[in-house]
Every structure is written in structure tokens, then in C-alpha cells.
Write a protein that binds this ligand. Sequence first.
Ligand code: PMP
Length: 282
Amino acid sequence: DWILTGKEFVDKNDLSYPFEERGLQFGDGVYEVIRIYEGEYYLIDEHVERLYRSAAAIKIDVPFQKQELYAHLHELLNKNSVRNDATMYLQLTRGSAPRDHAFPLNTEANLYAYVKDFARDTDSLEEGASAITMEDIRWEWCYIKSLNLLPNVLAKQNAKELGAKEAILHKDGMVTEGSSSNIYLVREGKVYTHPATKRILGGCVRMKIEEFCKEADIPFIEEAFRMEDFEGADEVFMTSSTSEVQPLTKVDEVTIGKGRPGPVTRKLQAAYEKDAGITGTA
Ligand code: PMP
């Protein structure tokens, strides 16, 4: 397995980072997870743009021009002969330097990227899944795809222990997003989701959902909804690069709609599959 590190490719077993790496010591960095279908990146432009936005927001200089980064990311797939469904993880940190909270001087950012096999969860996409809810205890700059994921890790673990696929987060009674996804509620044929403020990560799949809704004449309403709204919801679903358009048929003890994925969710799943060039469940 070849890993991209800086501008070089090294074998997975030969890659090491200094103990004083700011990603390790401070979570001082940002990342992306890009979906790969049959050896091709999906939504790579959206992810690359977000990476540069996240880096700029925390004042990290990406050590690549965009065109150069694209070339390296494509080379990563070639070198690893990726032909199947996979994900690419890319991490960018403020670099390696003697530990000090303030930014180090003359230190280049560390970048690495690797590819991992990742199969679509077709059963869950077909059947739907359940979610639990938890208070959103994260910081106020969730639009940055930061390496600081401890609240997200704890929320996802809690969901897992309760047999749920996702933890839906809420702040002051309003649903923000999932621990690693965006959350949507469907009512009377309209799709509601939290506006893309600093409180949530503007998902790359979320951008596509807005587009798919426009194309299908489904109102896409960027208005936060309340926890109580799950009771009267017709459908609930989540999106992310790894979970795609995932129906949620139960939230805590509330059965959503008829307890089966609904028609709006199915339509958006089909639009996603068409856009990604995959055949599937919807
Ligand atoms: N919100 C959070 C907190 C996430 O971690 C993710 C997954 N990256 C998303 C939303 C969905 O983003 P995307 O559609 O770009 O995968």
C-alpha cells in the first residue's frame, strides 16, 4: 500500500511521524474523506475546495497548489491500482515542531493521504437504520473539518452501544447535524435541514442534496427543526460521503413515518446513485 506523504509516495510500513506532530499533540489540523466508486473519486472538487477552506480558517498553508494536489491524489489511486469501492483519507496538520501552543516558525504543514477498501452498506441503505439523539457539546466552528473529533467519537460510540447507526446532535433544542453526517427531516413533501452556518459541517453530499431537490421540484428548506419535530416527521435521513443517503426509520423511541424508508428519501437515493454512476438500492 502506497501512502502519499508531502510530495512523495512511501510504503505504508515505512511511514512514521515524529512524536511532536501537531496533529497528534493538539489535533492541530484538518482532514477530508473522499468516496471512491470503482476506482474513481466522487465529488473530488467539493472536497478539495473544502480542504483549502478548512485550512485557511485555521491559518494552515496547504503545501500544494490545487492542480498539484489533484495530480498527486490521482497518482495515489494509480499507484495502488484502485479499481473497487474505497475511501481516501487525507490529513493536513500544522507540521512537526517542539511542542508549544503557538504556531511554530518555518515549519511546513504535514500532509498524508491513503486509500482504504470500503464497501457500500446496501442492506442499511435498503432497510433504513436507527439513530439516537444527544446534546451537541462541540465548539462553535463546526464548519471547519477539524481533527478534533472527541465529541464526535464519544457520540458515535454511544450510538453504537445502543445499537444505532448515528447520533443526532441538538443544541438548544434544535437539531444541528449527526456525529459524522448531515441530518434532514421530510414533512409534507418538503426537506428541512439546518442552514450551513458555522454550527455544522457543510457536507459535500449536502450540496448535492440541494441540487437533487431543485431538479426534482422538492422544496429544500434550510431551517433548523426541533427535536419534537421527529414526532410528526414523514421521513428522516442522513447524508455523508461514507453513508450516502441513509434512511433513518427510528429516532430514539420514535418510529419515523411508517417505519420504512419513504418516497422522498428513495428519490434522493436514486438521484445520488445516478450522479455517482453506481447501481443500487433505490
Ligand atoms: N457533518 C459531519 C460532522 C461530518 O463529519 C460529515 C462527514 N464528513 C458530514 C457532516 C458530511 O459531510 P460529507 O457529505 O462531505 O461527507
